[in-house]
Design a protein around this ligand. Sequence first.
Ligand code: ADP
Ligand code: X2W
Length: 257
Amino acid sequence: MKVSVIKIGGNIIDNPAELEQFLTDFSKIEGYKVLVHGGGKSATKMAQSIGLVPQMIDGRRITDAPMLDVVVMIYAGQINKHIVAQLQAKDNNAIGFSGADGNLIQSTKRNHPTIDYGFVGDVKQVNTKLLATLLEAGVVPVFCAITHDKNGQLLNTNADTIASELSIALSEVFDVTLTYCFEKQGVLMDSEDDSSVITEINEALYNKLKEEKVIHSGMIPKLDNCFNSLSRGVQKIKIGHHRMLQNSDIQHTTITL
Ligand SMILES: Nc1ncnc2c1ncn2[C@@H]1O[C@H](COP(=O)(O)OP(=O)(O)O)[C@@H](O)[C@H]1O
Ligand SMILES: CC(=O)N[C@@H](CCC(=O)OP(=O)(O)O)C(=O)O
């Protein structure tokens, strides 16, 4: 059996017209599917509006107690419930989840020797059995970027990592295709030129382009997640613009080991 795991980032979520188009395309995907959403941009705006100062290190948000409240409200509340309602309107039987719900994603608080990330979690285990049961019951799970430590503490976890870890776990049971959708056409030779798509990238090319600074910022953790997922059983990974979901002519990047 096949499963499509799709991740969308803050730039789609922040644009209502793009989000609506994405959800229309997503709702038409046949078979088992899982949606993972970020929302970093909205969380940053909300945090600033109440006087908090957002800080990211290596693609991870420093999450103190007030920031944790903001990300739980924005990711597990506002964004997740809007997406679920929109998918229900499109006749997809979506249910929204954080990692705490059904103990679906348990994580451990990040323990870094020099940086205090605060309430940030690294995924420890996925409740694959419950997730498979939900898929087999016709549910479309919609995950936000909040996990828990099973001791009552919610933790903020990078959404790309959640998509990757769910895909790895589901690979024990299904053939998984993981698709990262964002605002660009794929991994680009020039990150400002959408016509410069690299159609296939392996780890050797990635390392070379990272060194040459062709690949930088948020694309680095995204691709690190991709190679980790491929080496741990995920069948296929694509990165590109969400229009590729319903139009196979749209250029995108395929990741290979
Ligand atoms: N070579 C590249 N090709 C495409 N994007 C790149 C590249 N190098 C860096 N980037 C940056 O990576 C960003 C995507 O990472 P991120 O912001 O984490 O995505 P998401 O919106 O999915 O959370 C792009 O907006 C782009 O600015
Ligand atoms: C720990 C950590 O960094 N969590 C992320 C979760 C959201 C996210 O990943 O959103 P995008 O996919 O839109 O970037 C954050 O708070 O920004």
